[in-house]
Structures are given as C-alpha cells and as structure tokens.
Write a protein of this length. Structure first.
Length: 259
C-alpha cells in the first residue's frame, strides 16, 4: 500500500512540473516573471503544498526556475540541459531517444500498472484532441505519453534520462522546430504509432513495445532527413541565385554604362 501512495505522489509532482512547463512555453509564465504563491499554485493544480515544493525543486534542477531568497520563484531563460551543448543536432537527439526509449518501452511493458495504463490512454485522447483542434505543434500530451512510459519502468535513472532528453528537445530551438515539423507532417501516422505503443504495453509484450517505439522514431528520422535535404537544396538555390545576380551580364552592362 505504501508503494502505491509513493507512486501517486510521484505522478502528482510530475503533473505539476508538466503543467508549469506548459504555462512557461505558452508565455503565460514569461521569462523573468514570478510564479504564483505556493498556496495559489496548490489550489490551481489541486495538490498539497509539499507536492508544489517538490515540483519547484525539479523545475529548478531543470534550469527552468530560480528560487530567490525569500522573494519567490522566478522563471529563468532556459539554456539547455547542463552538459549538453546547444550545437547538438536533432539527429543525435533522435538517435539517443531511439536507444533509450526503445528499451524503456520494453521494460515498461512488463511493469506498467493499470493506473499508469489508464493515464497513458488519457494522454492518447489528449493528443487526438490536439489534432482535432489544430494544435499539432503542441507537444504537451506527446511529452506526457512518453514520460508515463518512463515512470512505468520504475527505474529512476531511465526516467531522469528521458526527462532530460525532453528538456533538451524543448529547450533548444533548432531541435524543437525540427520535432514540430516531424509531428505536423503526418498527424494520422503519429497517432497510429502511439496507439501501437499503447497496445503493446497494454498486452505486456516487451518485444512489440520495443519495435513499436523504434518504428515511431524511424518515421521521425526519415522525415528529418527529408527536411534537411530540402533545406540544403533551397540553400544551394539561394546561393546560385545570388551568384547569377552578382555576375549577370545585365549588372555588368549597367556598371559599364554608368562609367
């Protein structure tokens, strides 16, 4: 019984963390602003004040807020996960997620609780609602889905690693934009992939869960390749256009005429 209470407490503090991050990303809590008082946050999220304190500690560790000496908690400018340079490429991040989250899904399939499976199903519904409302570039439900799986491993090291990968993805603009481009490219395929992951976890099939998670990222990597190739082609075309304009006969004739 004690273990179940502990698990509920962990989920509550993570819900607060995810909620505050969503408010920061949406601009409701802009950089430099002070978070509402502890009591107000407690009422807003429907949790105890100690749970709010745990969430603040986690947010501070992520580099998303700073706790002033008696002056409150302030939103800070996010500079990425400690130890991860801003030059990290979207491909490097996706490769890491394939390796880490594929095995996490396999482990979670044998350990996920009915409550976590229910929460996972709710996250799926929220993703479908985002699709219907045209908010496909929002990754709130997507992030929640993956973090529930991470927590279902009952391995705090894996959970922290996956949380940090999401923080890197959301904190580094070029990676966040690449991820959003992949998500908006084919919303129906995105939902189908997440349902396959859910079904594998629901059936307790570790092998199927690993394969489903890897297939999910495979499409992302393919889409990222296409996007990168398109950008490279456009860059070459721009360069060629600039060269034509710079060394065109019309421009040379105009220069000679002026002289």
């Amino acid at each position: 019984m004690g273990k179940k209470l502990g698990e509920n407490k962990t989920r509550l503090y993570r819900q607060v963390v995810d909620g505050v991050l969503a408010l920061i990303d949406s601009g409701d809590f802009p950089v430099g602003s002070r978070l509402p008082a502890e009591r107000e946050m407690s009422e807003r999220f429907g949790v105890s004040r100690p749970t709010i304190r745990e969430a603040v500690i986690a947010l501070e560790a992520m580099g998303r807020v700073a706790v002033g000496n008696g002056s409150g908690v302030y939103v800070t400018e996010y500079r990425g996960v400690k130890g991860v340079e801003s030059s990290v490429s979207p491909f490097e991040l996706l490769e890491t997620r394939v390796l880490v989250e594929g095995e996490s899904a396999a482990l979670a399939a044998s350990m996920i609780t009915p409550e976590q499976l229910q929460a996972l199903g709710k996250a799926l519904q929220e993703m479908e609602e985002e699709n219907r409302c045209g908010r496909i570039d929002s990754n709130f439900a997507d992030r929640k889905f993956h973090l529930i799986i991470a927590e279902a491993t009952n391995n705090r090291v894996l959970t922290t690693m996956i949380e940090n990968l999401w923080e890197t993805q959301d904190g580094l603009r070029h990676i966040k934009m690449a991820h959003q481009a992949v998500c908006t490219a084919d919303p129906s395929a995105r939902m189908k992939e997440h349902r396959a992951i859910y079904d594998a976890l629901a059936s307790g099939d570790s092998h199927a869960a690993r394969i489903a998670m890897r297939k999910h990222f495979a499409r992302g990597i393919d889409a990222l390749h296409r996007s990168t190739e398109k950008e490279a082609v456009e860059a070459v075309r721009r360069k060629l256009t600039e060269t034509r304009e710079r060394f065109s006969m019309n421009r040379l004739n105009e220069t000679v005429a002026i002289k």
